[in-house]
Design a protein around this ligand. Structure first.
Ligand code: 3PG
Length: 391
């Protein structure tokens, strides 16, 4: 698969798909990681005299113009990061955009409007893909975070232009690929989050490759219930009780250390003002609800992480957004920060947790992909990446 470093870019119009789907609050960007991470690719291109045309989605506007989802604040932030003006187009295709592209000088940067304002984007419409392609001479995909989507700007366009990966795309595939194909051992995978359903495929994959699998978060309580334990009002997936037993059985068969919580923090309600107690997993009161792993579990998990050469983390251990239930996730984040092993943080909630505890610079790699890094770890082919290989 080709990288932007393998092709001539000077003087060319380069269409760069990035993932600028960043969190916004009242029009302000609350986490600019995804923007910062694309700077090396953009600078690589501008320094070599390319005319850079950036495209991204933001949110899920479903093919309509949603004023709050315009990329205007992103253009402003990017301009600060690059130290050069970034022209923001009000559309992503059409005559006005074509005119703006025609005016670009070598080293200029133009940011197109949210590509999901067009219904054809998510449908991977061939006509829209062609319109994108006609703006440029070369396609660079640096949007790892959106690589699991087969959309017009992530997949379709790659069929019309020479198509290569950007530097961020390359870094993500390299780090996650090494974890998947040639992990340093002991390799510990931490799987948390609310739902069993979302983590089935990744747990199945990890049972093939990990040495230790650590389970936490809402999905744990289905494991407890499958063992006949009282889980009170905790989250449960009653349709998957047998499946989670099967996971444990298979892991055991393979000699994997499959770790479940031994104690939990329960609350009398969901909220920052809940009354809380720490109980062993066989003592969850019938009218209470578990929201975090307990202190004994934190200690066991931290020890396992400390002894690992590679740690891959996807999904929080509890409701870390709420003060009474943040300790489990914080302890795991701190253990990842402290271990001498190589740490890979899956995007989405785990990355947000690491940011919340200000431990970002202590991790070896924080993926810019949430869904994308999960699908990659499941062993699935990402359409945005496959399209590059096809060329
Ligand atoms: C993400 O935030 O995971 C990516 O930007 C993809 O967004 P989507 O789930 O709306 O396709």
């Amino acid at each position: 698969k080709k990288s932007v470093r393998d092709v001539e870019v000077g003087g060319k119009r380069v269409f760069v798909r990035v993932d600028f789907n960043v969190p916004l609050e009242n029009g302000k960007i609350t986490d600019d990681t995804r923007i910062r991470e694309t700077v090396p690719t953009i600078k690589y291109l501008t320094e070599r005299g390319a005319k850079v045309i950036l495209a991204s989605h933001m949110g899920r506007p479903n093919g309509a113009v949603v004023e709050e989802l315009r990329l205007t604040p992103v253009a402003a932030r990017l301009s600060e990061l690059l130290g050069q003006p970034v022209t923001k187009a009000d559309e992503a295709v059409g005559a006005a955009v074509q005119a703006q592209v025609a005016e670009l000088k070598d080293g200029d940067v133009l940011l197109l409007e949210n590509v999901r304002f067009y219904a054809g984007e998510e449908k991977n419409d061939a006509e829209l893909a062609k319109q994108f392609a006609e703006l440029a001479d070369l396609y660079v995909n640096d949007a790892f975070g959106a690589a699991h989507r087969a959309h017009a700007s992530t997949e379709g366009i790659a069929h019309h232009l020479p198509a290569v990966g950007g530097l961020l795309m390359e870094k993500e595939l390299d780090v996650l690929g090494r974890a998947l194909n040639n992990p340093e051992r002991p390799f510990t995978a931490i799987v948390g989050g609310a739902k069993v359903k979302d983590k089935i495929a990744v747990i199945e994959k990890l049972i093939e490759i990990a040495d230790n699998i650590i389970i936490g978060g809402g999905l744990s309580y289905t494991f407890f219930k499958s063992k006949g334990l009282e889980i009170g009002k905790s989250l449960v997936d009653n349709d998957r009780l047998e499946l989670v037993q099967e996971f444990e059985r298979k892991a055991k068969e393979k000699g994997i250390n499959f770790l479940l919580p031994v104690d939990v923090v329960v609350g009398d309600k969901f909220g920052a003002d809940a009354n809380t107690k720490i109980v062993n997993i066989d003592e969850i009161p019938a009218d209470w609800e578990a929201f975090d792993i307990g202190p004994k579990t934190r200690e066991i998990y931290a020890k396992t992480i400390a002894e690992s050469k590679l740690v891959v983390w996807n999904g929080p251990m509890g409701v870390f957004e709420l003060e009474p239930f943040k300790n489990g996730t914080q302890a795991v984040a701190e253990a990842c920060a402290a271990t001498a092993g190589y740490t890979v943080i899956g995007g989405g909630d785990s990355a947000a947790a690491v940011e919340k505890f200000h431990l970002g610079d202590k991790m070896d790699h924080i993926s810019t992909g949430g869904g994308a890094s999960l699908e990659f770890m499941e062993g699935k082919a990402l359409p945005g990446v496959v399209a590059l290989q096809d060329k």
